[in-house]
Design a protein around this ligand. Sequence first.
Ligand SMILES: Cc1cc2nc3c(=O)[nH]c(=O)nc-3n(C[C@H](O)[C@H](O)[C@H](O)COP(=O)(O)OP(=O)(O)OC[C@H]3O[C@@H](n4cnc5c(N)ncnc54)[C@H](O)[C@@H]3O)c2cc1C
Length: 293
Amino acid sequence: MEAFDYMRPTSVVDACAALREAGGTARALAGGTDILVQMREGKLRPAALVSLRDVPGLRSVRRAQDGGLTIGAATRLIDIETSPDVLRDHAALAEAASWIGSVQVRDRATIGGNLCNAAPSADTAPILIAYGSSVTISDGRDERTLPLEDFFTGPGETVLEPGELLTAISVPPAPARSHAKYYKTFRSAMDCCTVGVAVLVVFAPDSRVVEDARVVLGAIAPTPIRAPRCEEMLRGKELDTALMASVGALAAEEARPIDDVRASAEYRRVLAEVLTKRALAAADSWLQKGAGA
Ligand SMILES: Cc1cc2nc3c(=O)[nH]c(=O)nc-3n(C[C@H](O)[C@H](O)[C@H](O)COP(=O)(O)OP(=O)(O)OC[C@H]3O[C@@H](n4cnc5c(N)ncnc54)[C@H](O)[C@@H]3O)c2cc1C
């Protein structure tokens, strides 16, 4: 590993200034579970690392009165997985976090690091997008907020400019009579997912009709993607086995997978179909148990 400067600012303003002053290759350091591995492997040679450890306000989960969540970017995955505020209405996010790496990894890794690293397989991204989340970015002077689905621009790439930090993720309240689920497949416990699918289904009052839906596919395109044709197919229809099968088949069509060491593109399409159907079946069984009453 090459030598680099290490800074520990104590505010967002100072952290952004430190990133700007250290130049284009400087990076934020959150849990280090991605960046330190990349540096050790020589894939990344930042001139400076700016630690977020002492920056206040980045490491908390806050639940608003309307049930929405504001999650600080440096919140550890283990704190998300166990947060009563997250578990209350956004249990699928807690579950997705709990499936990342090992407990040792989640004890250090942060949600912001998972998003900013921008791996197509990042496990928190699909479910956060399914919940309709947005992200807040600061350059130390001004803030901007954008939908999370617009944050990613390619593998390992985001809209973040040099000197900017992701500071928070806002998750809207879960809609009434809604069910969300994230499923992923992986080759071994410590491996990134081969495919991940998040589905949020909102049922109309007193019926099995789908009022709204979001279907998000991970590890199947250069960035996590929504599957708009699947969502359109679901809207206004009763959720039954035939519809689940048709939407699953469409998810395989909407995927844009590549062949890589983890799976062939063809196999990924099969997984997208299976996981989409499985997530819809989970919503169906939740409704049948009367949970949406
Ligand atoms: C053994 C192992 C298993 C893993 N398993 C999984 C898995 O199953 N699923 C999965 O999705 N990931 C997995 N990962 C990857 C990793 O743990 C996660 O992506 C983690 O959430 C990264 O968070 P971090 O805080 O460690 O990020 P860091 O490594 O500190 O940072 C990652 C990148 O984000 C940037 N960054 C971090 N925070 C900010 C911020 N607030 N603003 C701007 N830029 C920022 C950094 O500069 C860096 O470029 C695994 C990693 C290991 C080592």
